[in-house]
Write a protein that binds this ligand. Structure first.
Ligand code: ZN
Length: 235
């Protein structure tokens, strides 16, 4: 058990945040979840969230006892104030600054800040997010330094001692699958494979060995490659 005992997990319904939730359920006595509706083009992630939470409860009596309230927050203002391929019907491409246009400027900063406000009210002392600097598509708000700077800013601005935990920061996708295996065995790997959603295009027709998705968007490509490396290493 880590020194602080309660956590709020940024839970989107994707592979990374579901793995983070399992990680938090192992380490903290009390765990709550927060999700954001920000006008995503495809809200599949949001629709799989409640089912995933129920499935996680069924996987372990211990997790069921630790898992508390789920908070859904409307952040539709993000799609009103930005224009990206995540929130508008435009093709995914690389911008002049080298970042893909799926990058929503300031999104993780806003998510963490809103989560900190909810954590403050709920008396939760740790925020857990799936940010990752290894397979991060170059998003600057996924960087370890960004998160550390934000932790300092939040604690100064709210006079708190909230800790930002990012258990996937230095893991690639293969290692994220390995962490799921470590936390919940094959049952958790299969739940993440079949129950989570990562595809940028919201495709959920065919079940591949690595899960549902179009198979070609950057998120699917990363997920599929990581899964194949994971399975290859296992046999
Ligand atoms: Zn896809």
């Amino acid at each position: 058990m880590l020194p602080t005992d309660s956590a709020l997990v940024l839970f989107s319904g994707g592979q990374d945040s579901t793995t983070c939730l399992a990680w938090a359920l192992k380490h903290y006595a009390r765990v709550e979840t927060i999700g954001f509706d920000y006008g995503q083009r495809h809200a599949v992630e949001l629709t799989v969230r409640p089912t995933l939470l129920q499935s996680l409860r069924r996987q372990s009596a211990d997790w069921n006892a630790r898992l508390g309230e789920d908070h859904m927050i409307d952040l539709s203002l993000i799609s009103a104030i930005s224009q990206t391929a995540m929130t508008h019907d435009i093709a995914i491409e690389t911008q002049a600054n080298g970042l893909p246009n799926t990058f929503v400027p300031g999104r993780n900063l806003l998510f963490m800040t809103v989560a900190a406000t909810v954590a403050y009210r709920r008396g939760l002392t740790v925020l857990v997010g799936g940010m990752c600097e290894t397979d991060f598509s170059g998003y600057p708000d996924c960087r370890d330094d960004t998160m550390k700077a934000l932790q300092v800013a939040l604690n100064l601005g709210m006079d708190t001692r909230i800790k930002l935990e990012t258990p996937l920061m230095w893991r690639d996708k293969k290692q994220t699958w390995e962490l799921a295996q470590e936390l919940g065995g094959r049952a958790l790997v299969d739940l993440i494979r079949e129950g989570t959603h990562t595809c940028y295009l919201g495709e959920r027709g065919a079940l591949h060995d690595w899960g549902y998705g179009c198979g070609t968007c950057p998120a699917c490509a990363l997920r599929a490659r990581g899964y194949h490396q994971f399975v290859g290493a296992e046999v």
